[in-house]
Design a protein around this ligand. Sequence first.
Ligand SMILES: [Zn+2]
Ligand SMILES: [Zn+2]
Ligand SMILES: [Zn+2]
Length: 148
Amino acid sequence: MTEQKKEKSRDFNQLLRDNGLKVTPHRLRVLDELTHKNAAVSQPDLEKTIGAEIDRVTLYRILSSFEDQGIVHKIFDLQGTATYAICNSDCRKDHHQDQHVHFICSVCNSVYCLDEVPFPYIPLPKNFTLHALALNAVGLCENCQKEE
Ligand SMILES: [Zn+2]
Ligand SMILES: [Zn+2]
Ligand SMILES: [Zn+2]
């Protein structure tokens, strides 16, 4: 967990450059916002927090370029809203390696990346090749558990 935290606060300037993106204040701002809490951030929430600084179209472009470059991955919450989380460092352009369980809270709708939960082995029929696997766990998150 500590390792991951460190990873997430890695130098954003470097992260952008490593992925062939120019360092701009807007891009840095979005990265900063995406790493604020330990849950994924939805597009509407991003619009709420940084909408005054970055217009919707620009935000959308930044998010899709981040996704293309393997910087963030998209998870859909229970309402089907796109949420974004920072990728692990193994993700590359057009090749995401985020093989981890996503936990979605049924009360607050927060999406968490559970990197430390082992991914199940999926025995596929012969001649089938696996390219991606999405696994969502739904339940009560830590915060909502406390409030009950
Ligand atoms: Zn990724
Ligand atoms: Zn919750
Ligand atoms: Zn994730």
